[in-house]
Design a protein around this ligand. Structure first.
Ligand code: PRT
Ligand code: ZN
Length: 210
């Protein structure tokens, strides 16, 4: 039997639920915070613990056969991978938000404005589709403070409860994409019997939760 590799987030918002779904599939493995790789003792599988940003490429390049990561990260990376299964956790929405006092009411009014984001690829595509010519400012984190600092007129970031927007004096303006955690595979990996077996187990865990 081929030993598969699955890449999951090492720490962060998707780590706990990713570990949980694999354990619920009946897989036994140690989950030490310090380890970067863990061997499943009752299934031909190794688990790689990575930064979420690295997961789409690892799967595209076949370093891992499978991965669990947010759709937003896959689309931003432009990775060519197969979506095998939506997993129902890590749900969020990438939104454009503007300061509470902003007079902007229509998307066309974003033309000529600066928008701060950590998702330049997704944002550029959205602006293009909406025929908006705005300046995209890429920053790696704490995007929400951009408008307050005079760095940008708007932001494009992930929103879940909306609390972060609120506490930074911002309001949601438009929805760019919805996202949740998904199981991805290298193209063709779904043909492997071991992948089929794991996929079946994951689907029955998800069905039991419904
Ligand atoms: O270290 P590593 O690179 O692996 O992790 P990371 O820091 O890049 O990502 P992490 O762990 O923060 O998020 C992993 C994934 O969880 C994201 O790629 C999304 O798919 C998903 N997710 C779900 C979220 C959120 N909800 C979320 N609320 N990712 C980020 N946030 C942040 C958002 O950026 C904003 O700062 O939470 C804030 C907004 O939350 P609310 O509840 O105040 O609206
Ligand atoms: Zn990340």
């Amino acid at each position: 039997m081929k030993t598969l590799k699955i890449a999951i987030q090492k720490s962060g918002r998707l780590n706990e639920k990713s570990v949980e779904i694999l354990k619920n599939c009946g897989l036994s493995f140690e989950n030490y915070k310090s380890s970067l790789i863990s061997t499943v003792t009752n299934f031909p599988l190794e688990i790689l613990f990575l930064r979420d940003d690295d997961i789409p490429e690892y799967v595209q390049d076949g370093i891992a056969d499978l991965g669990i990561v947010g759709e937003n990260v896959i689309v931003e990376a432009g990775a060519e991978v197969n979506y095998l299964q939506k997993l129902g956790f890590g749900r969020c929405t990438l939104k454009i938000a503007i300061p509470n006092e902003s007079q902007i009411t229509e998307i066309a009014q974003l033309s000529g404005k600066a928008i701060a984001t950590s998702y330049p690829v997704i944002l550029e595509k959205y602006l293009k589709e909406n025929h908006v010519n705005a300046e995209v400012r890429t920053i790696s984190g704490s995007v929400e403070i951009g408008p307050g600092l005079g760095l940008s007129d708007a932001i494009c970031d992930i929103v879940s409860t909306g609390g972060t927007l609120k506490s930074n004096g911002l309001k949601p303006f438009s929805e760019v994409m919805k996202s949740e955690a998904v199981l991805i595979g290298k193209e063709g990996s779904d043909l492997l019997p071991e992948v089929q077996e794991l996929l079946q187990r994951i689907r029955s865990v998800l069905r039991a939760k419904e």
